[in-house]
Write a protein that binds this ligand. Structure first.
Ligand code: SF4
Length: 193
């Protein structure tokens, strides 16, 4: 497993990335360029941190309730994501992708389909700024869909959750925010001189 993968971040023991206490993995790289994307910093794959697949597996292996993978576009590095999922023992996997299910099923990259076999909850679709989501948690626009691919979770496990964010201050002083919140509320954290 010397294979390398470009990641944006790993946040452990988060309570805002799905049911339970989870480890979050954000992958670097996305070519979809959705208008209004909140994660533009993840678009350029080369600006990510290079990890070996083995190291990512090791980082994610002690999650309490499972892992949540997003980005960026995780399927841009589908082979490496599959190798992570194939070597990781975890209670559950949630993955966000900008692809629709139709695009996934038509895709010629066999590793995307192999990943699907390892995922419990898949959330699909690009962010459409003109069509914002008003009620469901974890998605930004109404076109995005939840697919419960195993019996691990159902919509009942998600519908009771509320969008919220966590703020961490790292040892080097950097502030890391994860989770989902109304952009209007996030503005109150912005700083200007
Ligand atoms: S798919 Fe996600 S990360 Fe990629 S541009 Fe759209 S919203 Fe941003």
């Amino acid at each position: 497993m010397k294979e390398e993968i470009f990641i944006n971040n790993i946040i452990k023991n988060t309570k805002v990335e799905g049911p339970g206490i989870r480890h979050g993995l954000w992958l670097q790289g996305c070519e979809k360029k959705c208008k209004g994307c909140f994660a533009k910093h993840t678009w350029d794959i080369e600006s990510g941190q290079k990890f070996t697949v083995k190291d990512v597996v090791s980082e994610l292996s002690d999650s309490e309730d499972g892992i949540t993978i997003s980005g960026g576009e995780p399927f841009l590095q589908a082979k490496s994501v599959f190798n992570i999922l194939d070597n990781l023992k975890t209670k559950s996997v949630i993955l966000f992708t900008g692809f629709t299910m139709e695009e996934i099923l038509e895709n010629k990259n066999i590793f995307i389909l192999k990943c699907i076999n390892k995922i419990d909850v898949l959330i699909t679709g690009r962010y459409v700024q003109e069509n914002p989501e008003k009620s469901r948690p974890f998605v930004g626009s109404e076109n995005q869909r939840f697919w419960f691919l195993t019996n691990k979770y159902s919509w009942d496990d998600f519908k009771q959750l509320k969008n919220s964010i966590e703020i961490r201050i790292k040892n080097n002083g950097n502030i890391v925010i994860n989770g989902m919140e109304n952009p209007e509320n996030i503005k109150m954290f912005s700083y200007s001189e």
